[in-house]
Design a protein around this ligand. Structure first.
Ligand code: PLP
Length: 374
């Protein structure tokens, strides 16, 4: 068969991401491509950095999007901050904390893994025990919004604890950014990374990061070079940092149109207002919860540890996980997420992220699930 242009179906995306992309973002992506060193493009990059500072609530000079997905944001933080031999405490309460552990060992760090139960927030007491047992620890890392379980951890508290024991912090905010409160400067987060495809309503493939001066000082004081060429922040910075706009050097070809999309998405977030966006996610989470409970379904995470943007629902006994998801897709063009890791086959993950966090999506999801289950 001769291939023709790909025409994707129009779906409603209520899984763990990507979320629905706003039409304004889609139309920004279709604008003419210009050179990535074009002065107009360089000026737009400066705006992206400012808009990201607003979204992260930070003044950090080193705030930029990495040209690759959220996993590359994670890897950027670990390969730059972890030097061979550094002891790193990783708090794990789901799949993505597990990936942080992989990053630590691959960067040559000594891993101290602190597990909390899946579906629960990271337990600060367990972190404190590990900090006491490992006074040599240099870094503490954890996921604020665990997309695999729907649990929200208290970033302010965990960062405060890590600092008391003189550790730097790496925080995964891939699902948090734009969807629930995140105060990078207010909480003293040292390094944070996010993703474009969740609560920013943008396409996948970009990873906003922000590092404070303490984190930058640790990178500058490294005795060994960063083992990844592409993610070495010392090199990337030459491209992303402007020097009066004149001396921007080539590092890689930026994903020009993808960055138009991110610019538009961040603009929309500031137009809505960060706090209003957080409140919208919370309000729609409550509506979804009420609808799910009316169908007799139960959320996995205790009420005070729930993420508004990712709702993990127990699959009732006798219900076939995969066939329900397939029917939702075939009959209603609606995508919800399967369980990951320990939760595979046990939970559905219903996302209300960014542009997906809308009343009409909740109505569709509840009525479609009701029709299939009853
Ligand atoms: N961290 C968390 C918490 C995530 O939810 C994800 C993706 O779902 C990632 C990291 C990895 O992001 P990406 O899939 O964009 O590489």
């Amino acid at each position: 068969m001769i291939p023709t242009s790909f025409q994707p179906p129009v779906r409603t995306l209520m899984g763990p991401g990507p979320a629905d992309v706003h039409p304004r973002v889609l139309s920004a992506l279709a604008r003419p491509t210009i050179g990535h060193l074009d002065p107009r493009f360089v000026a737009m990059m400066e705006e992206i950095k400012d808009l990201l500072r607003t979204a992260f609530r930070t003044e950090n000079a080193l705030t930029m999007p990495v040209s690759a997905p959220g996993s590359a944001g994670m890897e950027t933080c670990f390969v730059n901050l972890v030097e061979p031999g550094d002891t790193v405490i990783v708090c794990v309460n789901g799949v993505f904390g597990g990936r942080m552990c992989e990053n630590v060992t691959r960067a040559g760090g000594k891993l101290v893994r602190v597990d909390s139960p899946w579906g629960r927030a990271v337990d600060p007491n367990r972190l404190e025990d590990a900090l006491k047992q490992h006074p040599e620890a240099r870094i503490v890392a954890f996921v604020q919004a665990e997309t695999s379980t729907g649990a929200s951890s208290d970033t302010g508290q965990l960062v405060g604890l890590a600092h008391r024991y003189d550790c730097l912090t790496i925080v995964d905010a891939v699902t948090a950014l734009g969807g629930s409160p995140l105060e990078v400067d207010g909480w003293g987060v040292d390094a944070v990374y996010a993703g474009s495809q969740k609560c920013l309503s943008c396409t996948p493939g970009l990873a906003p990061i922000s590092l404070n001066e303490r984190a930058v000082a640790k990178i500058k004081a490294r005795e060994t070079p960063v083992q990844s060429w592409f993610l070495d922040l010392n090199l990337v910075l030459g491209y992303w940092t402007s020097d009066g706009g004149n001396r921007r050097s080539y590092h890689h070809t930026a994903p020009v149109n993808a960055l138009y999309g991110l610019h538009e998405a961040l603009l929309m977030l500031t137009e809505e207002g960060l706090e209003k966006a957080w409140a919208r996610h919370q309000q729609h989470h409550i509506a979804l919860r009420d609808g799910l409970e009316a169908l007799g379904l139960e959320l996995v995470v205790p009420a005070d540890e729930r993420l508004p943007q990712l709702n993990a629902v127990s699959i009732p006994g006798g219900v076939d996980d995969a066939s329900v998801r397939r029917l939702l897709l075939e009959r209603y063009n609606l995508e919800i997420g399967a369980g990951l890791g320990d939760f595979a086959g046990k939970v559905w993950r219903i996302g209300l992220m960014g542009f997906s966090s809308r009343a009409e999506n909740i109505l569709l999801c509840i009525s479609a699930l009701g029709a299939i289950l009853n």
